[in-house]
Design a protein around this ligand. Structure first.
Ligand SMILES: [Zn+2]
Length: 108
């Protein structure tokens, strides 16, 4: 995806979830977002330092972004998390290999 084409809402969520944790004092930076197939469905992965805090950051970010969308593109009940999983980050860097991530597929 090129810059001038904008970005996916899932990518926006990835950054919001990371930033909310930074505001809370955590030093997390890693995130990745990919299309999950159907339009508007994404797999969002981001780092967290504390699991509950990381999940709460994602849920708050989802609510925040959804509340900012114009109603015409925010059909009721479509801004939701489809599931949550977790895995170890796979990067070979020392800081990332120690980081845990939450894997969060989303539907918009
Ligand atoms: Zn990014």
């Amino acid at each position: 995806m090129r810059e001038e084409e904008g970005t996916w809402l899932g990518h926006v969520l990835e950054h919001v979830a990371i930033e909310l944790q930074n505001i809370a004092g955590e030093s997390v930076t890693f995130g990745k977002t990919r299309s999950a197939g159907p339009p508007g469905v994404y797999t969002v992965v981001y780092e967290y330092a504390q699991r509950d805090e990381g999940i709460a950051a994602g849920e708050l970010g989802l609510r925040l972004i959804c509340s900012l969308l114009p109603e015409v593109i925010r059909p009721a009940g479509r801004c939701r998390r489809a599931g949550t999983g977790r895995r170890r980050a796979t990067s070979s860097s020392a800081s990332r290999s120690a980081a845990r991530s939450v894997r969060r597929p989303l539907r918009w």
